[in-house]
Design a protein around this ligand. Sequence first.
Ligand SMILES: O=C(O)C1=C[C@@H](OP(=O)(O)O)[C@@H](O)[C@H](O)C1
Ligand SMILES: C=C(OP(=O)(O)O)C(=O)O
Length: 419
Amino acid sequence: MYELNYPGGPLKGQIQLTGSKSIANRALIIRALCEQDFPIHRLAAADDTVRLENLLKSEEAVLDAGPAGTTFRFLTGYLSRRPGHQILTGSQRMKERPIGILVDALRTLGADIEYVETEGYPPLKIGFSELDKAAELTIAADTSSQYISSLLMLAPTLPNGLKLTLEGEIVSVPYIKMTLSLMRYFGVAHSWVGQTIEVEAQDYQAKEFTVEADWSAASYYYSLAALAPESADIQVDGLFTDSVQGDAVVAQLYERFGVKSEFNETGVRVIKSAGTAAPEFFEQNFVECPDIAQTLMATCAGLGTQGLFTGLQTLFIKETDRVGAMKTELGKLGVALYKIPAQMSGKSGLQYFGQDGKATFTDAPPTFATYHDHRMAMALAPLAVRSNVRIESPEVVGKSYPDFYRDLEKLGIEYRAIG
Ligand SMILES: O=C(O)C1=C[C@@H](OP(=O)(O)O)[C@@H](O)[C@H](O)C1
Ligand SMILES: C=C(OP(=O)(O)O)C(=O)O
């Protein structure tokens, strides 16, 4: 367990932000599907990326994706067309994260995939197929965009390409756009009309590539700035306005908390003046940026800003049930997170969650559990600028951001192992 402590004063410093694991994992799959090799610079240090890189090289009969969702989902597609038989497995939590929608889609194309334990869930036994039984598919888009990204990256390598029709509400749309944007960078064209994306059979073109810094990780610095009791001035290097990441929206969201972004040559200066008042109310739909929902919940809790959140439906099947986990952890600070009954939330058809209260700290620092979820640790850590906090199993951050605590230290936030 770590205890985080901030001695006080203006929050200042500079960090070189870690690379985006979402971008890195797409670049790795595209490179594996490309006839020629190419260099990928600033490949993310994230465990999920290291894992994918190693598994793509592995000849082992059993490939273990651990807790890495994109690694598992992208490999499910990729291995369906790679000669040989492998078992693709993962952590206990991965075995609870659904995969049936992607398996059904791949089976329609001709894939040889069997469930090893429970129907609809990892692990999977994956054999080889040309995937030439169909060139058109309809896929449910309301559960995870990663299934769609997995199919799209494979699409140009299929004998007849792929026409993919997305059914229902499309969740995490910016991640689908990120996939198509990287495919375009590597020479693959597509069309997207209405709910249908079409990719003709074509070759990926090898091209040197540099991974952008991670906007999801940047959210923790915006939260730190918003929560800082005095002023904040944090230079976060590696970030640019022109990003393929949907989570870049974080810069706009934090404007509502009086946190400004000044883009410069090396990245962005995240600034807040002393005496900035916290907003009374913050409402946001997170369906396009699910990974920063926990960050905003923790910010609102620390400032006593009342929250109204929608678009959280995918949070229940991520590294943990993130809504349940945040409810429990914020509850330790006297902050309530609750589902608003449908009849009270109007006729929009959206599920609303409310958050009320301001974090109260006593002399004994709160101990936050992390539920095998990197984002639980990283979202709650910024509360340390208000009062000392303890984080159980702090190493969970390795999934996307192994240097997280060392970077916090550069801003004067100390951490020490206890217990
Ligand atoms: O494609 C990606 O890189 C990701 C897509 C999102 O998942 P869902 O599409 O399952 O919401 C996101 O939460 C995840 O962290 C990364
Ligand atoms: C949901 C996440 O990752 P994945 O689905 O790839 O495990 C995440 O990084 O927040």
